[in-house]
Write a protein that binds this ligand. Structure first.
Ligand code: NAP
Length: 255
């Protein structure tokens, strides 16, 4: 609730699956009115509508799609908007630098970095008008670690981290908080997307260890978002107990 007792509105991008979907559910449970966006409209509707959230098509790589998304709901155009969760993103492939696929790099930068830039730039006026705004960017441990084959994704998440840290500096003195959530391994559709639908390869990423769930990350996002306004949780790094670093995972044999 805001000071006048009305519900705060949140926008969640990449809300048709995984962390975004769990965040929609968690924020609704915590009393937010939520507007959810993703490219697969049917899927985002199936996530949002049963819990009373709004669902709209959104491709963060496409300025026309963003404009249509923003025009689609009045409550995100003004001071009712308090929270933007920039979650849309992901990785494509595991190509070494020597054989890097430029198109995949471009898509990773377009989604994780430029998508976040566009959504933030467009919604910042409304967040500022709320007098109590908050931008939560879903980064990754890939934002400060690297691993073989991960250069496209880690470079994009390093860039997202730089964007987030810069925004925090630029908004000092203004009523908008800035947070980065940086998870390690989370079992979602992330690896399925990374490996172009190869379920066997995706499954191996989580074999023999206990990954985070999307709800674990949504919990961290919601915690940061529900601190008092004067508290800016700058960043949260959240990993499975079984993962000490991007390249150091404890796997039990036989699982
Ligand atoms: P996921 O299950 O694959 O979900 C990704 C979401 O992003 C989907 O809802 C997808 O929906 C959306 N998306 C992709 N491209 C989009 C675009 N151009 N415009 C709008 N939405 C788009 O993966 P996830 O694990 O929940 O990933 C969410 C975020 O967490 C990503 O930023 C990812 O980098 C980050 N992360 C994940 C992990 C992990 O291990 N899973 C770890 C650290 C960070 P549509 O396809 O319907 O558009």
């Amino acid at each position: 609730m805001n000071e006048s007792g009305s519900r705060k509105t949140a926008v969640v991008t990449g809300a048709s699956a995984g962390i975004g979907a769990a965040t929609v559910h968690r924020l609704v449970a915590d009393g937010f009115r939520v507007v959810a966006g993703a490219r697969r409209l049917e899927r985002v509707r199936a996530v949002a509508e049963p819990v009373g959230a709004a669902a709209l098509a959104l491709d963060v790589t496409d300025p026309a799609s963003i404009a249509a998304f923003l025009a689609g709901r009045e409550e995100i155009q003004g001071p009712a908007l308090h929270l933007l969760v920039n979650n849309a993103g992901g990785a494509l492939g595991l190509d070494p630098v020597a054989t890097a696929d430029e198109e995949r790099w471009q898509t990773m930068f377009e989604t994780n970095v430029l998508g976040t830039l566009r959504m933030t730039r467009e919604l910042l006026p409304a967040l500022l008008a709320s007098e109590d705004g908050h931008v939560v960017n879903v980064g990754s441990i890939a934002g400060f670690e690297t691993y073989p084959g991960g250069a496209g994704y880690t470079a994009a998440k390093h860039a997202l981290r730089a964007l987030t840290r810069t925004l925090r500096l630029e908004l000092l003195g203004r009523p908008v908080r800035v947070t980065e959530i940086a998870p390690g391994l989370v079992e979602t559709e992330f690896s399925l997307v990374r490996f172009a639908g190869d379920a066997e390869r995706a499954g191996k990423v989580y074999a023999g260890m206990t990954p985070l769930t999307a709800a674990d990350v949504a919990d961290a996002i919601a915690w940061a978002a529900t601190r008092p306004s004067h508290v800016d949780v700058d960043e949260i790094v959240i990993r499975p107990r079984d993962q000490a670093a991007a390249t150091l995972v404890h796997r039990r044999s036989g699982d």
